[in-house]
Design a protein around this ligand. Sequence first.
Ligand code: PLP
Length: 386
Amino acid sequence: MKNISLFPPIATLDTLPTPCYLYDTALLEETLQVAQREASKYHYEIHYAVKANFNHRILQQIAACGFGADCVSGGEIQAALDAGFPAGKIVYAGVGKADWEIALALEKKIFCFNVESLAELEALDELAGKQNRVAPVALRINPDIIANTHRHIITGFKENKFGINLDLLDAVLKTLPALKNIAFKGIHFHIGSQITDMENFHSLCLRVNEIQERLAGMDLLPEHVNLGGGLGIDYYAPEEKRIADFAVFFQLFDKQLKRYHRQHIHFELGRSLVGQCGTLLARVLYVKDGSTKKFAIIDAGMTELIRPALYEAYHKIENLSSGGDAEKYDVVGPVCESTDSFGKDVPLNTVSRNDLLVIYSAGAYGESMSSHYNCRRLREPYFYGK
Ligand SMILES: *Cc1c(COP(=O)(O)O)cnc(C)c1O
């Protein structure tokens, strides 16, 4: 990592202004190609979940690789279009879509709205009518599956705010014929994020098979099935496990998911595409001695990377500046919150003021969740690789 040439080419690693994000575009390219190759074995289509990282250069690279986009706001739809994603490959999900966002998506003629409630379906019908358009719709169904992941990132369990509950599905289906400006195209699922236990996806397949059987009985088989995202990455071994196991992931769906004649199968991957290509670089401001421990106080905080504070997430950290013996530090940021911490008892080569620390696996939900809290200002990221 020491001898890399950065873009924009104004700094070397040693003089880099911190905190800043650094993206490895060669790793991103390789990841995209592996994902694309494994998905295409089964003619699966992937939409990149823009919320994981909406940096313009990253979006451009993903669009250039032929992916579609999965957006959750009007702003994301615009960002995706600006980066070169074709409107015909954009899906739009989200529990709360404002009228202007729906209008924008209708005007741009996106591929599909993933609709999460009857109330939304009725609003969409009305807005589409005003524009004299028919809105292509997939119903987001809550499959009632608990994923083995952090409780804050489970999305597919009963009475979660996401999706249409299974027991309400029939009622929603019955209203469809009356909604003249709605075209029922697909069904959509997304059970959570950072899922590494493939059993969870297996359960999803079985549930989708049941639902499709019901739909077939009602003569309502959809043209496409969208299984969402959620494939996890290895936060503990970012350098050894640089690319998620896309082969195993897609093969599981090929084996377990019943696919009806001519049905298209879509996925929405975020973290697994961009997570490992981004790192956060930070400098040590001070080493502070506590009574029983040492704190490495760094210039990056929850304002740059909120995952540890928000989800108790683990990120591997290394000291790039020192070869000294490993000692344990609590690595904390400068923000006025107790949760502004990157890890307790983190083993690091002896830390001194101005040392450069690297926080790995920060490409997903890092820069995109950053904030201006404490009037902090974000720096533009750097790129290397491609
Ligand atoms: C966030 C999200 C995704 C992507 O999730 P990852 O865990 O990053 O793969 C996909 N679909 C929907 C509807 C989402 O909200």
